[in-house]
Design a protein around this ligand. Structure first.
Ligand SMILES: [Zn+2]
Length: 326
């Protein structure tokens, strides 16, 4: 199969199918989308604080993404679309809720088609959660993103997602295989980014200090139940809403993250001659996430768990439907 591999000019780094000029057309079209973002209905103005936050995150992401073997691209504030839930008009709200009945007042999404990041949030949303989500979606943006040409009629090309980081989509069907692993990896990278840089970014440094102080206070509060205390970790957002009352939120992908950690530990323990640390196994996953090359991981999984086990892992970690959270 012919392949066209340009420098990264948008989230899309590869197009598969058709001929080289078809692929080039799609790459150029995606670049056009990337550079020509339109302000959307109900989209709010970004605050000066957010513009500074975006600038400071971008400044660190280059080094971070390059270190993992990924291809950095500066995503401008125009590619990020923010919506305050309370300010959205009633009609749009009910239309949105009819499609997403499980909406809990906060959502981040990266759309490779639009070359955009969307964040819908309630006014009360913790700013640290907002900043973390922004980092999370930007990491999705800079993962290996690939499209396939599904159909060509005269000059009209129909395209579909093929790869999003570690997740794989078949040309037929809507589900992303390995979706849970893809999300878990994105969260792990997001946590690593926070650990390395959030104390150096002006807004998050201030908020992170306050968060850590509150976690301490929460854990020593006699009125808080032990099982609540043990639910709090590095990825928890916590706020004090009144005396003795806290509001906190754990990462939605905690279960997927724990499963990935178990898998990595298990691979490590089953291949004592191949790896010196858990980090080495993790890096193999992130390499696939950023470069698109799944083969080394596939081989390792099959070697560890037997023939057909990689495909099985893809099945067991696939998304429920296309509209799954990113
Ligand atoms: Zn995600």
């Amino acid at each position: 199969m012919e392949k066209f591999k340009p420098e990264r000019k948008s989230a899309t780094v590869e197009v598969v199918g058709g001929n080289i000029s078809d692929q080039e057309r799609i790459i150029n079209h995606q670049e056009f989308n990337f550079l020509n973002q339109v302000r959307l209905k109900n989209e709010r103005e970004k605050t000066t604080e957010e513009l500074e936050l975006i600038r400071e995150i971008n400044e660190r992401l280059r080094e971070f993404i390059n270190q993992y073997g990924g291809q950095y691209i500066e995503v401008s504030a125009d590619n990020m679309h923010f919506f305050t839930w309370e300010d959205i008009d009633t009609e749009t709200k009910s239309e949105f809720l009819s499609k997403r009945p499980d909406f809990t007042g906060f959502e981040g999404k990266f759309s490779p088609d639009d070359q955009s990041i969307y964040i819908i949030h309630e006014e009360k949303t913790h700013k640290l959660k907002f900043a973390s989500t922004l980092v999370h979606e930007l990491i999705h943006f800079m993962a290996f993103n690939s499209l396939s040409i599904l159909k060509k009629e005269d000059k009209k090309l129909t395209i579909g997602d093929r790869r999003l980081g570690f997740a794989v989509k078949k040309t037929k069907g809507r589900a992303y295989y390995f979706n849970d692993i893809n999300e878990a990896l994105t969260v792990e990278l997001e946590l690593e980014f926070k650990k390395r840089y959030f104390d150096k970014i002006s807004l998050t440094a201030k908020l992170e200090k306050e968060r850590q102080r509150l976690v301490k206070e929460f854990k020593s509060d006699l009125n808080v139940l032990d099982n609540e205390k043990s639910a709090i970790d590095d990825s928890t957002w916590i706020e004090k809403i009144s005396d003795g009352r806290y509001r906190y939120m754990v990462n939605v992908y905690n279960e997927e993250v724990n499963k990935l950690r178990d898998l990595i530990r298990d691979i490590f323990e089953n291949n004592p001659d191949e790896f010196n640390s858990l980090g080495e196994v993790f890096n193999l996953f992130t390499k696939a996430y950023f470069t698109g090359r799944l083969l080394p991981i596939a081989k390792l999984i099959e070697k560890t768990y037997g023939k057909g086990s990689f495909r099985e892992l893809g099945e067991n970690t696939k998304s429920k439907d296309e509209e799954s959270l990113l």
